[in-house]
Structure formats: C-alpha cells, structure tokens
Design a protein around this ligand. Sequence first.
Ligand SMILES: [Mg+2]
Length: 199
Amino acid sequence: MNIVCLDLEGVLVPEIWIAFAEESGIPELRRTTRDEPDYDRLMAYRLEILRERGLGLPQIQETISRIDPLPGAREFLDALRERTQVVILSDTFEEFARPLMAKLGWPTLLCNSLEVAPDGEILRHLMRCENSKLTTVRALQSCGYETIAAGDSFNDLAMIRAGKAGFLFRSTAAICEANSDVPAYDGYDELLAAITGAL
Ligand SMILES: [Mg+2]
C-alpha cells in the first residue's frame, strides 16, 4: 500500500505568510524562519502584529481566500489522487489553509491548529507533535504504508529520505546541490511521472 506525502507551501500553494503579507499590505509579516529561527517566537511576533491591527481569524481567512493555489496544482493533485492515496503534511494551520483547501478540492491535510477566541482573536498556535512531517511518515509506515514524499524545503528532507522514494520540488539551488542524490523537479508533469514510477 502506498501513500504520497506532499508538502503544501511552495509545492501546491504559495508561501502563505508571504502571500498574506502582500495581500494585506503588512510587510512585517514577510519575516520567516530564515530571519527568526525560533518558531514559537516568530509566531508570537506574527500574532502580536495581527492583534495590533485588529485582525482576527475571519479577516485573515477573508484575505487568504484571495490567494490561489499555484497554477497547475489542482490538476496535479487530482491526477495523483486518481492513482493513489495522498496526504498533505504541512507546518501551517488548519484555519489558515482552509480557503486554499477549498480551491484544491478538500484534500486530506495534516498540520497544526490555532486557539481562537469567540470574537475571532487568535490566542496562540498549537503544534500537533514534534518533527511533525517525519513523525507522521513513520506513523503511516508503522501501519503498513510505503511512503513517497515531495517537498521544497529543509523541513521536508527527513520525510523525503524516510520513504521508499522522495523528491525535491521547486527547491532552492543550494538545497538541490546539498542533496544531489534526491531527484529534483520543477514541473508538475515531471513530478507526477516520477511518483507514478515509484508506486
Ligand atoms: Mg514548503
């Protein structure tokens, strides 16, 4: 039994925080883990900015609803789901991803979540588990699945390497070079063909 584990941001949709920073006109929200490696501090910084601007979850979801999946992502995902089981493993939050999942035909998404007050204020982020991508891939393997993974970034390498096949997709030159044993693709057709070949 196969299951394909796909990263979300950079593979199927744009980087959500960067797209949100542009869509909302709040450039401070472009800050990423490259600028602040401590994820909890980065999230506290982001949530403080949203609070200062009076932005609660409904306003954020409304802005995110204007962001589209990457061109061709929906067709790729639909074609892949006809062939095998697919799960999206992401470090984003269910509540943010929701408008994008609607545009992707509601695929299965395993990610993190937010604690939200009745008035919509985001109180804090709740991480599902440690090293969520690798932990989830291992869990799927423990119940009889062979995993095939694809992602674009550092946090995808562990799940890419843990399965029977793994691919980099639209990654950086530096990551591709440092992981030259991992096949790297830039087009959905190539990735679909590679995954299909590995099934
Ligand atoms: Mg990514």
